[in-house]
Design a protein around this ligand. Structure first.
Ligand SMILES: C[S@@+](CC[C@H](N)C(=O)[O-])C[C@H]1O[C@@H](n2cnc3c(N)ncnc32)[C@H](O)[C@@H]1O
Length: 260
């Protein structure tokens, strides 16, 4: 199954150029109502402009090349970005979800190498794992298990296909890899030590619920719990949490660790 929206068919004679914006408008009215959509419009225009400008930045052009290389090198499909409104997602949290975009391989390596711990007793969890690129990249590190949680069935299906054909040039150090199709707020964290990875997957209300779940899980079984947060838009929630200390941070990432 392809997660790309179909290329260029016209719908009842509607000019193709208008098809995507019309879809977005229909989708927004269904979610926010007419008044909500009109209020949301200026923010939407800012977001689209920002996204288009970012695509032209030298960093994004470089990471675009790294993305394409990853797919060619490993025989998978992880680099095409996907808007959530083009997918069929049965979750009230759809409105709070960020679109799909993969972490680049160089960024992932930098983040994993910044974790100052032996990983053999830690389970790697990616909340919002998309097409599963992080799950493949994580096999380079000696995790006890690797779990991806993705609420879009189409992306989860692509992840499963990618995992089945992926052949790594490195020694695979963790063979126990799975993608689960579920909403992040319903995921029950394993009782083992955890490295939780997130690449800005969702907005505040969902992150608050996830943090609440982590809090309860840690209250039940205190353990080492690392949070590797890439593009940490809701990072202040972890900074304010009495459960976590910030270990390290970079230009666009933060790593937190549960207090002992
Ligand atoms: C920016 S992408 C990151 C993909 C992947 N983690 C990576 O780094 O390559 C964010 C992903 O989070 C997923 N997502 C958003 N809200 C979610 C939720 N409530 N539960 C599960 N997945 C969610 C989106 O479908 C999307 O695939």
């Amino acid at each position: 199954m392809s997660v790309q929206s179909s290329p260029t068919q016209s719908e009842s004679g509607f000019p193709q150029l208008l098809k995507k914006p019309m879809n977005a408008l229909r989708h927004s009215i269904a979610r926010r109502g007419v008044i909500g959509t009109v209020t949301f419009l200026p923010l939407a225009v800012c977001r689209i402009t920002h996204r288009q400008l970012r695509r032209l930045s030298p960093t994004r052009l470089r990471s675009g090349r790294a993305d394409a290389e990853f797919d060619v090198q490993f025989g998978v499909e992880t680099c095409r970005e996907v808007e959530l409104r083009d997918l069929h997602i049965q979750s009230d949290n759809l409105v709070h979800g960020q679109g799909f975009q993969s972490t680049t391989h160089p960024d992932f390596r930098t983040l994993m190498q910044a974790i100052p711990t032996d990983l053999t007793n830690h389970v790697f969890v990616d909340l919002g794992s998309g097409k599963g690129r992080t799950l493949m990249m994580a096999t380079e590190f000696p995790f006890a298990q690797i779990i991806g949680v993705e609420f879009a069935r189409e992306l989860h299906d692509v992840a499963e296909r990618n995992l089945s054909v992926f052949s790594a040039p490195w020694e695979i150090r963790c063979n126990d890899v799975k993608s689960i199709c579920a909403d992040a707020t319903n995921f029950e964290f394993p009782a083992s030590n955890v490295v939780l990875y997130m690449y800005n997957p969702f907005d505040r209300p969902v992150m608050e619920q996830v943090l609440e779940n982590i809090d309860q899980s840690l209250a039940q079984s205190p353990r080492d719990f690392l949070v590797v947060y890439n593009n940490p838009v809701q990072g202040d929630l972890f900074l304010a949490s009495s459960r976590f200390d910030m270990l390290e941070s970079g230009e666009d990432w933060m790593i937190f660790r549960s207090k002992v």
